[in-house]
Design a binder for this molecule. Structure first.
Ligand code: NAD
Ligand code: MN
Length: 361
């Protein structure tokens, strides 16, 4: 089997954690006889500095020709305030790829790890086996507002982003959510603010309509503020939680608390529902580019390494590898090796070396 991936380091810790993810991907590919072609490219700040644009046509073309993209992370103070003529997708390299590749289904699994329970702020028993899949819509909503800008209204500066979702955008995403819930514990909560916002009223209506096709999945609508509270108070009651682009972004960082660090969280953005076989996807740690620790070799590589596992599952159709990676990570954590974000002293390299060693056993 031959697979091509596009590797985009991006900015900050991005190139570092990408490198660690690639080591794991190459090792697993070699072991299983997969010929892995890795193309490299620049994204966001790195691309801006080289080409004056956050994502080039060449990168998009290479993405289209690949089975998957593995991303480090993007962004940093140097580029955060740059504004480019054009829509939301023009302002950010990752959003450019999400928009053009329509990777609308954002999977952000958040779970507890036994060896890390004492690194979390939870009281014993509260989140010991937390295992929640946050699903974030990746291609629409407020973040991709077409009506956006700053203007003067009544002599005051006003900023605005029109939040809009059409029923097709919500329905394709909801189907993905119910299908994924079917492969898990068959519980799905959709969160919104339909009590106060019109776009969320349609969101709730469409999701509720879609839910009727999945009578085997226990379905509930929740207001997002309450949902955030309940996710912290009683994590064990949740399985799949779906939300719009903005709510999903916030809830997925929040549930990283189950693991003890944002650096532990993987993610996948898929361009189709994965129930019928491998699909194109972008894989990256849920976190950002962590400029505060970039260049020190101490970033937690686990989020990216777990993302590689998701890539084997969803884009290569080889789910066994994801389980192997998770179990290797668990063993390494159990041995006491942890990076600084979890209170330890292990470097990124030491973490990856140890995970590779466990995988080789
Ligand atoms: P961040 O996620 O980069 O960092 C938040 C905190 O978590 C920091 O203390 C950081 O050190 C820590 N952290 C994150 N990943 C870590 C890891 N792997 N190991 C150890 N510690 C880790 O968020 P931020 O500081 O608000 O944003 C920094 C930049 O990243 C901004 O430019 C932002 O726009 C961008 N960003 C990018 C993405 C992405 O690439 N998908 C996502 C979110 C933010
Ligand atoms: Mn985020």
């Amino acid at each position: 089997m031959r697979k091509q991936i596009l590797a985009l380091g991006g900015d900050g810790i991005g190139p570092e954690i990408l490198g660690h993810g690639l080591r794991i991907a190459q090792f697993l590919a070699d072991r299983s006889g997969i010929e892995l072609d890795v193309l490299h490219g620049l994204l966001h700040g790195a691309s801006w500095d080289a080409h004056g644009i956050f994502c080039t046509d060449e990168v998009l073309e290479n993405a289209r020709a690949s089975d998957a993209i593995l991303v480090g992370a993007v962004g940093g103070p140097k580029w955060d305030d740059i504004r480019v003529p054009g829509g939301a997708e023009r302002q950010d390299g990752l959003m450019y790829l999400r928009h053009h590749l329509q990777t609308y289904l954002g999977l952000r699994p958040a779970r507890a790890w036994k060896p890390l329970l004492n690194k979390t702020p939870f009281r014993a028993g509260t989140a010991d086996s937390a295992d929640v899949l946050i699903l974030r819509e990746m291609c629409g909503g407020a973040m991709f507002a077409t009506m956006r800008g700053q203007r003067e209204v009544n002599g005051l500066r006003q900023g605005y982003d029109l939040t809009a979702y059409d029923e097709a955008e919500v329905a394709r995403f909801a189907h993905g959510g119910f299908q994924l819930a079917r492969q898990r514990r068959k519980k799905l909560v959709s969160c919104d603010k339909s009590n106060v916002m019109e776009s969320y009223k349609l969101w709730r209506e469409v999701i509720t309509e879609v839910s009727r096709a999945y009578p085997d999945v226990t379905f509930e609508n929740m207001f997002a503020d309450n949902c955030a509270y309940q996710l912290m108070m009683r994590p064990h009651d949740f399985d799949v939680v779906i939300g719009c682009n903005q709510l999903g972004d916030i809830l997925s960082d929040m549930t990283a608390v189950y693991a003890g660090s944002l650096g532990m969280l993987p993610s996948a953005c898929l361009s189709a529902n994965p129930d019928k076989g491998p699909v194109f996807g972008m894989y990256e740690s849920t976190s950002g580019s962590a400029p505060d620790i970039a260049g020190q070799g101490i970033a937690n590589p686990v989020g990216t390494i777990l993302s590689v596992g998701m890539m084997f599952t969803y884009s290569f159709g080889l789910p066994l590898f994801e389980a192997q990676i998770e179990s290797a990570v668990e063993d390494v954590l159990q041995s006491g090796l942890v990076p600084p974000d979890l209170g330890g002293t292990a470097t990124s390299e030491a973490m990856t070396d140890a995970i590779l060693e466990r995988l080789a056993e």
